[in-house]
Ligand binder design. Structure first.
Ligand code: PHE
Length: 342
């Protein structure tokens, strides 16, 4: 290469600086490095040709050429640092999480209203010192009917009302057989509730083939109807509000004597009379009574020594009254618009 001059070098230097500055990516910059400082670059070739220059020009061109090379290397290095910074910043910006944005709500399930209500009932009686027990849903005719003093021809025993598995096995029609099972196995004193599923051959706006009951049983010395009334009054106030009152109406159940139906003063009108309570001011919430001595006879408890009371309530009915649900079937249709309200 002939005629290498300072102006040639100067031109390379100025072009290089400009190009390094305008490079937009590290890849572009690498291309420029190869072009200006690589083994086949113009500058490299020029420097390599110095020995061919006239003797007196060599020191001057050599010094200046090396200066240009160093300067270009430094400019390249600083351009590389700038680009690296910029690419890092761009990456961070892209992956940025704005922690001040509101979070996405995570849908959370909750207990079904029937289960919630069952637990509310349970909590009240557990608070009064009652035990919670369970019995089988597939029962014997003996526990569901016979030991509960149902006469042979009692209507509940008919195919019309009861799901029979065979002659002597059936789906329990109430939770009362748990009374019998516990009394068979445990001596008094007994203070217990028995929540669970029950089955009857019924299906309309106010009946479903499966529903839930909570049974209550107390057997001890000197238990009276006043104890039953006081207990249920406490329950009604805790469940439906302190202003609530209860009343007992005479009724009939085969396994209690006397038997009562228990009403609570209407929570919609505070007992004044409205559509919900059909103008009566009262709503029926459960059946109850004093344990019939005949039942004690079946389980071997001495009715001279012990007395007791029992009650049974429908969980669906309690939930409907407490939460203003007007159609029983809503509980079993799994419509989330209904379920999510509770
Ligand atoms: N087992 C009765 C029913 O299902 C309710 C009840 C329970 C009544 C305990 C009295 C005592 O209707």
């Amino acid at each position: 290469m002939q005629g290498l001059t300072r102006p040639d070098l100067k031109q390379i230097y100025e072009r290089g600086l400009r190009d390094f500055e305008t490079a937009r990516t590290l890849a572009e910059l690498e291309d420029l490095r190869v072009r200006y400082l690589g083994r086949k670059a113009e500058l490299t070739n020029l420097l390599r040709s110095i020995p061919e220059l006239p003797q007196q020009e060599r020191p001057e061109v050599g010094r200046f050429g090396n200066l240009v090379k160093r300067e270009l290397e430094q400019a390249l290095e600083s351009a590389r640092k700038d680009l690296e910074q910029a690419e890092l910043a761009k990456g961070l910006e892209k992956d940025r999480v704005d922690v001040t944005l509101p979070g996405r709500p995570w849908p959370l399930g909750h207990l079904h209203l029937i289960e919630q209500t069952r637990r509310e009932i349970e909590d009240i009686f557990v608070g009064l010192g009652y035990d919670v027990v369970q019995g089988p849903e597939i029962e014997t005719d003996y526990h569901n009917f016979e030991a509960l003093n149902h006469p042979e021809d009692h209507p509940a025993r008919s195919l019309h009302d009861t799901f029979f598995v065979d002659e002597t096995i059936l789906l329990r029609t109430h939770t009362s057989p748990v009374q019998v099972r516990v009394m068979e196995q445990q001596p008094p004193p007994l203070y217990l509730i028995a929540p669970g599923k029950t089955y009857r051959r019924d299906s309309d706006a106010t009946h479903t083939p499966m529903f839930h009951q909570v049974e209550g049983l107390v057997v001890d010395r000197g238990v009276t109807l006043a104890d039953l009334k006081g207990t249920l009054d406490t329950f009604a106030k805790k469940m439906f509000g302190e202003e609530r009152q209860i009343r007992l109406r005479p009724h009939y159940f085969p396994f209690t004597e006397p038997s009562v139906e228990v009403d609570v003063s209407c929570m919609a009108c505070n007992g004044q009379g409205c559509r919900l309570c059909k103008r009566s001011g009262w709503l029926e919430i459960l059946g109850a009574g004093m344990v019939d001595p005949n039942v004690f006879g079946f389980v071997g408890i001495d009715p001279e020594e012990y007395s007791g009371f029992a009650f049974g309530m429908g969980v669906e009915r309690i939930a409907m009254l407490k939460y203003g649900v007007t159609d029983l079937r809503l509980f079993y249709e799994n419509d989330l618009r209904f379920l999510r309200q509770f």
